[in-house]
Ligand binder design. Sequence first.
Ligand SMILES: C=CC1=C(C)c2cc3[nH]c(cc4nc(cc5[nH]c(cc1n2)c(C)c5CCC(=O)O)C(CCC(=O)O)=C4C)c(C)c3C=C
Ligand code: FE2
Ligand code: FE2
Length: 335
Amino acid sequence: MMLPAGHPAIPKPQIGVLLTNLGTPDGPDVKSVKRYLGEFLSDRRVVEIPAIAWQPILRGIILNTRPKKSAEAYGLVWREDGSPLAAITRLQAAALKDAFGPGVLVDWAMRYGNPSIPDRLAAMKAAGCERILVAPLYPQYCAATTATANDKAFAALAQMRWHPALRTLPPYYDDPAYIGALKTTIEQGLAALDFAPDTIVASFHGMPERTLELGDPYHCHCQKTARLLSEALGREVVISFQSRFGRAKWLGPATDTTLEELPGRGVKKVAILAPGFSADCLETLEELAIRGRESFVEAGGTHFAYLPCLNDSAVGIEMLRTLLGRELEGWVAKP
Ligand SMILES: C=CC1=C(C)c2cc3[nH]c(cc4nc(cc5[nH]c(cc1n2)c(C)c5CCC(=O)O)C(CCC(=O)O)=C4C)c(C)c3C=C
Ligand SMILES: [Fe+2]
Ligand SMILES: [Fe+2]
């Protein structure tokens, strides 16, 4: 078809990089938390119980009890610029704005809640992006996190007549750029403490043991990250799993019991980090830095430090630039 005279020039093709993370409520109030948990916990990638059995439990019990408790917890960590998870992901995208050249748009979205993955993909397409790298910011692959974020992107594309080409960021649990960034941030964190920890604990988000038996690589990815980190640091790193949810057996050892038991084993000074989270959030700031500290001290611990996630630190952003830049190869000329 011929373009009519005076037809506007076709915009220059752009490339999009969409950072994605889990999602978070819009506010630290019961209503917002209920909406968020309803969406999150209805995802069959997250709770692998047939809907006919699960939905009555979710709607009848969990969504009538948990939002109040969770909203209180969110209230303890909420910042002026919003939920820590959303605020930090926004800062990460802003810090990477000019990282890949003028033709590359960097944006962010959440799997549950706002800004949504379909909305931001539509905005990228409207801006002329013909190629999009979707980057779920989970170092360790889990179907409940990585796969469902990508599912959402694929589902959005499925609604478009003319969709952009899509790449996804693979998990990076053993990538030298990630292990190196963790090592640097831990060493910087330890140097700033006024005590030397007896032990370093690496706490990962847990998942049901059954998910491991069904073939999810998450547990193995966490173990390998912890081993490589221990080798890089040249010291032992104790691994544990946090945030148990529901009645099923979850991966162990549990972070809460580990922190309660360490003082009895002579470990009175501890530093804890959460290498599976690319941004600090409820699970790190409330569960580890607040509640974890309380239970460690109650059990006889004397010194406790929570070491923040990579977030939008210089070393964290440099790592993202390396990982994302690699996936953009062939799309963007090397600097
Ligand atoms: C980093 C990896 C994560 C995995 C794996 C994961 C699995 C998983 N989580 C739940 C249940 C909940 N998780 C909650 C919060 C939450 N989870 C992750 C990450 C992983 N989850 C993050 C980053 C967050 C924080 C969100 C924030 O707003 O800051 C919550 C909600 C909070 C609460 O009410 O306590 C629940 C519930 C399951 C069932 C699961 C299964 C594999
Ligand atoms: Fe979770
Ligand atoms: Fe939690």
